[in-house]
Design a protein around this ligand. Structure first.
Ligand SMILES: [Mn+2]
Length: 335
């Protein structure tokens, strides 16, 4: 970290600041130029609040030299992380997985959807039992019963299951059932107690980017999980909120190569929530595949008008099975 000191600052004030920095356990490299004075902070700068330093009267600017994420950083771990989900289902490191299923688990129709997505080539089944809804009056999901239906669908199809956890107090219910992937939704990307709790397990975590989160904030959220001892983090780009209203979110496909550059963690993409409209999902699934995503998460429903949530962006099973060969074709070109 580098701090540029304002012109006209007295030596005494600078010495006071250097003492403060040394008090945090860091070394200081002092450089007095003809125009400006620069302090180089050497050591573990996580003990320094960069904003606080920047706000000091004598400080002109503060620049971070190294990223604050360490465990997720590709610099320290050049090889891709491969997250092992189940026998034959690895995410990252050259494999490609497709997670498909309904937004909400609603009942027995889950089984027909699971059979259909499996037949089309999906390698994991998704479905929400606990649903984060904008309105407290909207359907909140089936809860524990929904988890049981997912387990039944897994027994039936062999597909590992991916489902969202919203409350750290529910974690035992997920672990008892051996839920294969714990999804952290966009709204909970910075729910730090939840991140820490799933970080204490070894269960793979699918961490979705918050709708107003920067790429660095997503990586710091991953860092929370990893710093508790769980290295099995899969990142997911699902669109961010911008001024554009013609789609539910703006699909930031830049994030896919940027994340691959910055981190060794696998990166998947969710064209369903990113676009919000069934008619755009297929094309953007192909675009995400072309951008180098390690997989896709796609909402599929057998009767979208009757879906409890997100019917407007669901693919029918027939649409999903038409899409999959196209995804495979794109994948062959880029992989
Ligand atoms: Mn949904």
């Amino acid at each position: 970290m580098i701090a540029v000191i304002k012109q006209g600052t007295s030596k005494e004030q600078i010495d006071k600041l250097i003492d403060w920095i040394r008090g945090k356990g860091l070394e200081v490299n002092y450089s007095q130029g003809s125009q400006e004075t620069i302090l180089g902070l050497i050591g573990d700068t996580t003990s320094i609040d960069a904003e606080l330093l920047d706000s000091m009267d004598i400080v002109e600017s503060v620049t971070r030299v190294s990223e604050p994420f360490k465990l997720a950083n590709r610099k320290f771990h050049p090889d891709d992380t491969v997250v092992h989900v189940a026998d034959g289902v690895d995410v990252g490191g050259g494999s490609f997985q497709v997670i498909a299923g309904p937004c909400s688990v609603e009942g027995d129709n889950l089984f027909a959807i699971a059979d259909a997505v499996k037949a089309a080539g999906a390698t994991m089944l998704r479905g929400g039992a606990y649903k984060p809804r904008t309105s407290p009056y909207s359907n909140q999901g089936m809860g524990e019963r929904g988890l049981d239906l997912l387990v039944e669908a897994r027994e039936r199809t062999g597909l590992p299951i991916v489902t969202e956890i919203m409350d750290p107090r529910d974690l035992p219910l997920f672990l008892e059932r051996g839920i294969d992937v714990l999804q952290i939704g966009a709204r909970n990307m910075q729910n730090f107690p939840l991140l820490r709790e799933v970080g204490k397990t070894q269960t793979p975590v699918l961490l979705k980017r918050g709708m107003a989160a920067t790429i660095d904030e997503l990586l710091m959220a991953a860092e929370y999980v990893m710093s508790e001892g769980n290295p099995n983090v899969i990142l997911c780009e699902r669109g961010i909120r911008t001024f554009e209203t013609r789609t539910r979110n703006t699909f930031d496909l830049n994030a896919v190569p940027v994340l691959h550059y910055l981190t060794h963690l696998p990166v998947i993409a969710d064209p369903s929530h990113a676009t919000g409209y069934t008619r755009y999902v297929g094309q953007m699934a192909l675009a995400a595949t072309a951008a180098g995503a390690d997989g896709l998460e796609i909402e599929v429903h057998d009767n979208p008008p009757k879906a409890w949530s997100d019917g407007g962006q669901a693919l029918l099973p027939s649409m999903f099975s038409e899409l999959m060969p196209e995804v495979r074709a794109i994948r062959e070109v880029v992989a």
